[in-house]
Design a protein around this ligand. Structure first.
Ligand SMILES: [Zn+2]
Length: 235
């Protein structure tokens, strides 16, 4: 996967800034996978989209992730460092199959379009509606608890990368919990930070030397950093 260059990054940031998180995930996935027809992205399995986003994150910003999560039991802020290659290594080598079966139901993997359709609902209703959307036949109203659990487990097995989670143990109270990782948010945070740094650099070098934005962006990162240092700023 190719890294985002500075011009492409600024353009993505500009187009993504005002979007809803799910819409932004689709925009970032289109940048990560130009070989995917753009209109197909909203219907692809979430795990495939997340995998593309993580790979673009690694190619553009490196493998190290410094994150944090709050303990759900005592509220302690837990910092963690993660090598994103470990998450990518867990991805199945084969693409997610089109469908699976459980408890006599035929199911397909959820997509960004499914998440968008249930985004405004309460958690329980959202889970019910999501399952209904992923059932290729029947309705979830007819399911008993055991069938519903089997269906949810089958969906998880169908697309294991759809939910990225990290096991954490709270240093303060010892509670063990799973911190959810959102690949789109991980990538977007980096894009946003880099975009702000680039605009600061353009501003500073334009003031100092009268260069235009394209001229500043055309400099290699090394040259840009040196000129910035000469003007008294930091990259
Ligand atoms: Zn705790």
């Amino acid at each position: 996967m190719r890294a985002l260059d500075d011009t492409a990054l600024l353009s993505l940031w500009e187009r993504g800034a005002a979007r809803h998180a799910l819409d932004r995930a689709a925009l970032l996935a289109a940048a990560a996978r130009p070989d995917w027809p753009p209109e197909s992205i909203a219907d692809r399995p979430l795990g495939a989209v997340g995998d593309a986003l993580l790979r673009l994150r690694v190619a553009s910003f490196g493998t190290r992730l410094d994150g944090h999560a709050d303990c759900r039991h005592c509220g302690e802020r837990l910092g963690f460092t993660l090598d994103l290659r470990d998450l990518l290594a867990e991805a199945p080598a084969e693409p997610v199959p089109g469908e699976t079966t459980a408890a006599g139901l035929r199911l397909r993997a959820p997509s960004l379009r499914d998440l968008a359709a249930v985004a405004a609902l309460q958690a329980e209703e959202a889970a019910r509606r999501l399952l209904a959307r992923c059932m290729l036949a029947g309705t979830p109203d007819a399911l008993d608890d055991a069938a519903r659990l089997a269906a949810e487990q089958a969906l998880e097995a169908l697309d294991p990368q759809a939910d990225l989670a990290l096991a954490l143990r709270c240093a303060a109270c010892g509670t063990e919990d799973l911190a959810q990782l959102d690949a789109a948010a991980l990538l977007w945070d980096e894009i946003e930070a880099r975009a702000r740094a680039l605009l600061r650099a353009v501003h500073q070098l334009a003031q100092a030397y009268g260069w235009s934005e394209p001229q500043v962006l055309a400099l290699s990162p090394l040259r840009r950093a040196h000129y910035l240092a000469l003007t008294g700023g930091a990259a």
